[in-house]
Design a protein around this ligand. Structure first.
Ligand SMILES: Cc1ncc(COP(=O)(O)O)c(C=O)c1O
Length: 376
């Protein structure tokens, strides 16, 4: 029987019909509307709990009257500042409306119907979406525990593979791989297959064995490094991320991006944010303290976790997960359920300020007591 509300489904590109859109964290305003709560802690979107560098805020505020003008379409100043900071050429950098836009643009440049795009089980949700949007086949490779299995990802490459997406550290699991595993992988990927190494959480990872993607781009022209200003730099609302790689691929991405994809305030903010590395260091230190605060509380409550190198941690609640999430919301704490990743017994908790973390710990302690009382 035809669906009467489906006026255009025959016209829509078939691959679009099957897309499960990205589900973002619940906004604070939504929970406020639903429950009328005043104290809400949003620990659901891996944002920077310290906010934004005051120097960036001042620079953006000073430019508010420029709102009527289009920004520089080439984002010259922002790109130049980034090139200096990263010690690469501006022609090796593409800026995106969040790194999300760039992840999707790579798929549009390289993949289409009949092609394959490889990513890991529990990999970031945007990878399968990017493949699907262009009609390519997404190939999900089974994880090793909760982590990427790079050897298995390599083995999944066929002559149809166009792109491999990998996150290090990974979101949502927080797992990280080291240099030996990475080098064994990247050295064996066929030269025509593009590898996108997503380092959205790089700033938080203090593992001495962490392979910094930029160290490999000269040797591997098929390697693209993706990073963002949304996390440790505290600019998620402005939507700005970047990709670094060989000039030819960067040029294809730039050919495809929308004109003015980096808004003026994002451009101003990037220049200032790169100069305020103290703020980034402070954010990373605050994250480390918060991670300890949350992990030691979860341990005391005998909740199992996945050790994380990001600004979030996954905790397992077994069959009680949905109930724990529902009751946390009632107490004003928003965390992220991971059913969309097939992790139905896990919640991801973003690290907040000490006060937000404490709110979560108190709420969770009460929720678990309530649930164990109800079970008796
Ligand atoms: C692994 C990973 N990559 C990319 C992104 C996209 O970030 P943005 O579009 O804000 O740069 C995120 C956001 O959560 C992420 O977790």
């Amino acid at each position: 029987m035809t669906n009467p509300s489906c006026l255009f489904c025959d016209q829509v590109q078939p691959q679009i019909l099957g897309i499960h859109p990205y589900v973002p964290g619940k906004p604070v305003s939504e929970l406020q509307r639903e429950l009328g709560l005043t104290r809400i802690s949003k620990l659901a979107s891996n944002e920077n709990p310290l906010g934004t560098s005051p120097k960036v805020l001042a620079a953006v505020q000073a430019e508010l009257s420029e709102m009527a003008r289009y920004p520089d379409g080439a984002a010259f100043e922002a790109k130049a500042a980034l090139a200096r900071f990263l010690q690469v050429k501006t022609s090796q950098i593409a800026l995106g409306n969040g790194s999300n836009e760039l992840l999707e643009l790579v798929a549009r440049v390289f993949a289409g119907p009949g092609d394959e795009v490889v990513y890991s089980q529990y990999g970031f949700a945007v990878y399968p979406i990017s493949a699907q949007v262009v009609g390519a086949k997404g190939v999900e490779v089974k994880a090793k525990g909760w982590a990427h299995d790079l050897a298995a990802m390599l083995a999944a490459v066929t002559d149809k593979t166009k792109i491999i997406y990998i996150a290090n550290p990974n979101n949502p699991t927080g797992t990280v791989f080291g240099k030996a595993e990475w080098e064994a992988f990247i050295s064996q990927v066929p030269k025509q297959v593009v590898v996108v190494l997503d380092e959205a959480y790089l700033e938080y990872c203090d593992d001495a064995d962490y392979p910094n993607g930029l160290d490999y781009i000269e040797r591997y022209p098929n390697l693209l490094i993706s990073r963002t200003f949304s996390k440790a730099y505290g600019l998620a609302a402005l939507r700005v991320g970047y990709m670094v790689g060989c000039e030819e691929i960067i040029q294809y991405i730039n050919q495809l991006r929308a004109p003015f994809n980096i808004n003026y305030y994002a451009q101003v903010a990037v220049v200032q944010a790169l100069q305020d590395q103290d703020f980034v260091a402070q954010s990373v230190a605050e994250n480390k303290r918060g991670m300890q605060q949350i992990c030691s509380a979860l341990s005391s409550l005998e909740i199992e976790m996945i050790p994380s190198s990001g600004n979030f941690v996954c905790a397992h609640f077994g069959g009680k997960t949905a109930e724990v999430n529902r009751l946390l919301l009632q107490k004003g704490v928003i965390v992220r359920p991971l059913g969309g990743y097939g992790m139905t017994e896990t919640l991801r908790i973003s690290i907040g300020t000490a006060e937000e973390n404490q709110h979560f710990i108190e709420a969770l302690t009460a929720v678990l007591a309530e649930l164990s009382g109800a079970a008796k």
